[in-house]
Design a protein around this ligand. Structure first.
Ligand code: RIB
Ligand code: CA
Length: 305
C-alpha cells in the first residue's frame, strides 16, 4: 500500500530530481507539495514546483510556504542552481490552478488530520513550514509517521564552516523540528558526497526521452559538485532513504542545532560519541552502497520518463 507523503521543497535542481522520483514511485502517494523559500525566493520556488508538475503531467495540490525563515535573514543558492533555481531547461508555463488558497502549515494540517494512514513528511528544504506546522498543530503529530529529510552535516558544511544549507536556512525551525519528538531520518551532506552521479550515468539518463533530456540539461548547469567529477544530488538521497533504506547504514544519535548568533550559527552537531549526554532524536544516514544507489537512482529516474 503506497504511504501518504507531503513534500516540502525549494527547487532547486536536486529537488527536481527527488520530486520526480517520489511522484513516480509506486511506494508513495504524494498528497501535497509545499514550496519553501531556500535555493531561490518563495515566488520562484512556487513557480518551479508548478512548472515541474506541468512538465511531468502531474496535478498534485501545491501550497506556497512561509516566505522566509523565522529569524534568519533569507539565504539563496543561485550559484548552485542558477537564478531561476532550475537553470538549464526551458519548462512549460506553470499551471497556477494547482495552488491551494491556504498557508503551508494549514494545508499540511488538512492532509495530516484527515488522513486514515499516518503521513510521512519529506523535507528537502529549510524546515520553516514543518516547524510552523509543529507549533500550530501539535495534536497532529500522532498522525505523522516520520520526517525523512535532507539536511545537516556530520563534518564540514556547504553553507557555513560547520553548517549545511537547509539547516542554516532556518536554524530556529530546525531546532523546533529536532526537539519535536518526531521520528526523523536524515540524509546529511556526506551521503550526497559519497553517491556522486558520474558523467556516464548522466549520459545514460539523457537517452530516456524528453524527461531524461530535461534532467541532463539541468545537470549540465547544476553546481552541486561538477558534471565531470560527479554530481551531488543531495535531495535524491532523502528519497532513497524513504524508498530503499537498505542501501544505507544508519546510526541513532542526538542532533543539536546551534541557534546562537556567531560563526557556528546553523551548525547541526551530530553527537555520535554522546559527549552532550542528550537523548537520541534522529537516525542519521552514515554511509550508502554507491553501486546500489546508482542502480536504484537510474531505475527511479526511468520511472519518471
Ligand atoms: O545542502 C543541500 C540542500 O540545500 C539541498 O536540499 C539543496 O537543494 C539545497 O536546498
Ligand atoms: Ca532542496
Amino acid at each position: 500500500m503506497a504511504r501518504p507523503v507531503i513534500i516540502s521543497t525549494d527547487p532547486g535542481i536536486d529537488d527536481a530530481v527527488a520530486i520526480s522520483i517520489l511522484l513516480f514511485s509506486k511506494k508513495v502517494d504524494v498528497k501535497l507539495i509545499a514550496a519553501a523559500a531556500g535555493n531561490v525566493g518563495i515566488d520562484q520556488t512556487l513557480i518551479n514546483v508548478l512548472k515541474l508538475e506541468q512538465f511531468l503531467g502531474q496535478s498534485i495540490p501545491v501550497v506556497k510556504g512561509v516566505s522566509r525563515a523565522i529569524i534568519k535573514e533569507p539565504v539563496h543558492a543561485y550559484n548552485v542552481h542558477g537564478k531561476s533555481g532550475l537553470d538549464g531547461y526551458e519548462f512549460p508555463e506553470p499551471d497556477h490552478s494547482l495552488v491551494i488558497n491556504q498557508t503551508a502549515p494549514e494545508a499540511i494540517h488538512e492532509v495530516v488530520s484527515h488522513s486514515n494512514e499516518k503521513v510521512t513528511l519529506v523535507g528537502i528544504a529549510p524546515l520553516t513550514d514543518y516547524a510552523m506546522f509543529i507549533r500550530l498543530y501539535p495534536e497532529d503529530l500522532q498522525n505523522v509517521e516520520e520526517l525523512v529529510m535532507m539536511g545537516g552535516c556530520i563534518g564540514r558544511g556547504n553553507y557555513g564552516v560547520l553548517s549545511e544549507f537547509n539547516i542554516a536556512g532556518d536554524p530556529e525551525a530546525a531546532k523546533i523540528v529536532f526537539e519535536s519528538g518526531l521520528k526523523i531520518r536524515v540524509a546529511p551532506l556526506e551521503l550526497g558526497m559519497q553517491a556522486r552521479i558520474k558523467p556516464n550515468i548522466s549520459k545514460k539518463i539523457k537517452t530516456y526521452g524528453r524527461v531524461g533530456d530535461m534532467f541532463y540539461s539541468l545537470f549540465s548547469k547544476y553546481r552541486g559538485g561538477s558534471f565531470k567529477t560527479g554530481l551531488k544530488i543531495y535531495d535524491a538521497l532523502a528519497a532513497g532513504i524513504l524508498l530503499n533504506p537498505d542501501m544505507f547504514t544508519f546510526e541513532k544519535t542526538h542532533v543539536e542545532i546551534v541557534n546562537q548568533e556567531g560563526f557556528t550559527y546553523g551548525a547541526s552537531l551530530m553527537d555520535f560519541k554522546n559527549r552532550l549526554h542528550l537523548s537520541e532524536n534522529a537516525l542519521i544516514g552514515k554511509s550508502v552502497d554507491v553501486d546500489q544507489f546508482v542502480k536504484w537512482f537510474v531505475e527511479a529516474i526511468k520511472q519518471a520518463c
